[in-house]
Design a protein around this ligand. Structure first.
Ligand code: ADP
Ligand code: MG
Length: 387
């Protein structure tokens, strides 16, 4: 158990017992990519893979942090945390009490030992899992009571977004932290990023004899830095040209008209992805309500084509997963997460998980790609105290 492992790392490092262990899940987005910062819709599930944080309060305002995945102990005074400080992985931890304090909560120093079981940098949001595990601990240890209801959890998620955007200086949109804070077992989380409304949508594939296969491509691509910011800037520019606050305000029925008013082909393609992708989330929710998994699979494929051709965030490895899974009989497949590597998902028959995995591994070997990591997942629960 990683609860034990985080506690053991804590004891070894700080020569004391943690006051408790908290964990939060990674997430995989079923559909609705690059829609969060456009005020749109997305539909993530919590993963069974979680990040664990063993934590103890300190009364001297210091933060000491260690990770089973992170190397040396990092030490910083809470007063010295800020934009870009500390650097590296510890920003995702230290940023959380910093953001909570900025939001008006009374917090102090912490010793934190982390053990993460969400693959790092695989597009499965190990960063939000880490932040949200620490935020859950802070809420309990400082008596903030924010884990008790959806409103409190939403406030914790917002602090985690602030930590990631401001301290770790990664411009993420908010889906990851909401999923880690609000996901329920057996459900996908419909997230409306315009008004922060959420809805639990039943997502039980086992009942239908199906499974969701996640394939971490382990692809490493150069020149990825800046691509996310570039897509975000393009979307903001398109919204400005259309005179709307975000692309969410463009109804799918008005898309052709909107495209005609944009200044470049690039902005037209970026906009077409966002507007049609938001519409696909609406249809995916309907499909889930009716257990129409054929339709869900078809939407996965449309989404992937849109990301590949219009938003231009796919890579050969991701396309290979999708094509191979479909050739092996998957109902649908798509890349998921920010793009340029990371993971893809495939909706497959439960009895085809192994065969599909083997086909994908063989296709990767043929093309000389690094071996991928594939695993079936079920929708799992949000940040919580474990011990
Ligand atoms: P993703 O969130 O998709 O996994 P990110 O680049 O957003 O990818 O976040 C990965 C980063 O988060 C890592 O490079 C590291 O800095 C930090 N991180 C996540 N989990 C851990 C962990 N268990 N220990 C140390 N750092 C972690
Ligand atoms: Mg991340």
């Amino acid at each position: 158990m990683s609860t034990e492992s985080a506690s053991a790392v804590f004891r070894d490092t700080f020569a004391a017992e943690p006051e408790g262990v908290w964990s939060a899940p990674g997430r995989v987005n079923l559909i609705g990519e690059h829609t969060d910062y456009n005020g749109g819709l997305c539909l993530p599930i919590g993963l069974p893979q979680r990040t664990f944080a063993a934590v103890r309060r300190r009364d001297d305002g210091m933060l000491r942090m260690v990770s089973a995945q992170g190397g040396d102990v990092v030490e910083v005074a809470l007063d010295d945390v800020g934009p870009g400080r500390p650097e590296g992985w510890a920003a995702y931890v230290a940023g959380v009490p910093w953001a909570l304090r900025r939001a008006g909560h009374e917090v102090s120093g912490l010793d934190v030992a982390v053990d993460g079981r969400v693959p790092l940098g695989a597009g499965l949001s190990s960063s939000a899992a880490l932040e949200c595990a620490v935020a859950a601990a802070a809420s309990d240890l400082f008596g903030l009571g924010l884990l008790a209801d959806a409103a409190g959890r939403t406030a914790l998620a917002a602090a985690c977004v602030d930590a990631e955007n401001t301290v770790a200086q990664a411009p993420t949109g908010g889906m990851d932290q909401s999923a880690a804070m609000l996901a329920e077992p057996g459900h996908a989380l419909l997230l409306d990023c315009r008004d922060h409304h959420t809805e639990q949508v039943p997502f039980d594939l086992a009942e239908a004899g199906l499974a969701l296969l996640v394939v971490d491509t382990r692809a490493e691509h150069a020149l990825v830095d800046g691509q996310y910011a570039e897509r975000r800037d393009s979307c903001e520019q398109a919204a400005r040209e259309l005179g709307v606050p975000t692309l969410r305000e463009v109804a799918v029925g008005d898309l052709d008209d909107a495209l005609g008013r944009l200044s470049s082909d690039l902005l037209r393609r970026r906009t077409r992805h966002v507007v049609t992708e938001i519409d696909r989330v609406v249809h995916a929710r309907e499909a889930l309500r009716h257990d129409d998994f054929e339709r869900l699979g078809a939407l996965f494929l449309e989404s992937h084509a849109s990301m590949r051709d219009d938003f231009e965030i796919s890579v050969d490895e991701l396309d290979t997963v999708v094509e191979t899974a479909v050739a092996a009989g998957a109902l649908g497949a798509r890349m998921t997460g920010g793009g340029f590597g990371g993971s893809a998902i495939a909706l497959v028959r439960a009895d085809a998980v192994d065969a599909t995995t083997e086909r994908v591994e063989a296709a990767f070997a043929d093309k000389g790609f690094r071996a991928p990591q594939a695993f079936a997942v079920t929708a799992s629960g949000a940040a919580a105290r474990d011990h």
